[in-house]
Write a protein that binds this ligand. Structure first.
Ligand code: LMR
Length: 329
């Protein structure tokens, strides 16, 4: 009898309009693979803060950093299945979704600096690329910066010949595969969460990443040499499950969109500095020798790698590459 009263009381409470507003918050699980203390990790936290403040208890954003929930490939599947709602995978990881064009960002020496990159990510080309995700059940919200990648190994990397025969860990991108082969290395695709151990045990000899990822994953403990090649870019697309996104109340979606806009400005303001600070910490650790290539060495590398642009026509489309050349001058 007592139980029945309780059930009735509960049912009544749920139908009172004032109480309905206190219903469970909409939960957004945001999974990513890097440390919290990185450009992506910090921007995710900033987005959470803004969105939760603005939506006053109607939305709860749960951030799972460091591959806690899912590794590289699984997280995309989880998003499509709806087990997580939001991700920010690196642009090198969209191939398995069937949107190979994203790998254009992996082309070596495509961008000289963040300004050139932003002409693409903030412009029509970038927006067109995000649109391509819709047919995959995914809505693209923004591009977040990380930065320019550096090469590392346990031996000095000065000339192209130094890369010959090295097993180099890469993200799952055909463009990165071609890039490492153009240097005479053997590329090995591997999830980000496995890189430290693979470097430590010698499963791979070296890798590439911006310094913020390198330092926060403690790769400097297991790599004796870094060369500041700045040969390619690594950044992210923030994406959501389209069905979930379209099903949100309109005012909630609007507040999340605004918060994403602000978080994107934040991400793209801090990224360069985060990488500079990480580089300083790697140097200060005394564990890794950091080498600045000479102009001649950089030119030699560039010459070896720009041919990858033509080779990748099948993968990313030369039309798109040409559009990017035009946009970036
Ligand atoms: C990597 O796998 O090296 C990066 O994509 C990790 C990341 O998300 O920055």
């Amino acid at each position: 009898m007592k139980l029945q009263w309780k059930t009735l009381a509960l049912a009544a409470a749920l139908t009172v309009p004032g109480l309905a507003a206190q219903a469970d918050p909409i939960v957004i699980k945001f999974s990513h693979v890097v440390a919290a203390d990185t450009p992506k990790g910090k921007a995710a936290e900033y987005f959470k803060k803004l969105a939760e403040e603005r939506l006053k208890g109607r939305v709860k954003i749960e951030i799972y950093p460091n591959s806690q929930l899912f590794k590289d490939k699984e997280e995309l599947e989880a998003l499509q299945l709806g087990s997580v709602q939001m991700l920010a995978p690196s642009l090198a990881k969209f191939g398995p979704l069937g949107v190979k064009e994203f790998e254009v960002f992996d082309l070596p020496f495509l961008f000289d600096n963040y300004q050139e990159l932003h002409k693409v990510t903030y412009g029509a080309i970038g927006q067109g690329m995000l649109q391509k995700l819709e047919s995959k059940g995914i809505t693209g919200l923004a591009f977040w910066d990380n930065g320019f990648k550096q090469m590392s190994a346990n031996k000095p990397l000065h000339t192209v010949a130094d890369y010959k025969g090295l097993k180099m860990r890469i993200q799952a991108s055909k463009v990165l595969d071609a890039q490492m082969r153009a240097l005479g290395s053997n590329p090995q695709v591997m999830a980000f969460s496995e890189v430290y151990q693979a470097l430590q045990t010698g499963v791979v000899d070296g890798t590439e990443n911006p310094m913020s990822n390198f330092y926060t994953q403690k790769m400097h403990e297991v790599q004796k040499h870094v060369t500041l090649t700045n040969h390619g870019y690594l950044g992210y697309a923030v994406i959501v499950n389209k069905k979930f996104w379209d099903g949100l109340p309109e005012d909630v979606r609007a507040a999340l969109t605004q918060s994403m806009f602000n978080a994107t400005q934040y991400a793209n303001t801090i990224a360069q500095k985060e990488n500079e600070e990480a580089l300083a910490k790697v140097k200060a650790s005394g564990k890794t020798v950091v080498y600045e290539p000479t102009v001649a060495e950089r030119n030699e590398m560039k010459k070896a790698l720009v041919k990858v642009h033509d080779q990748m026509d099948d993968r990313v489309g030369l039309e798109l590459v040409k559009k990017i050349y035009k946009e970036t001058g």
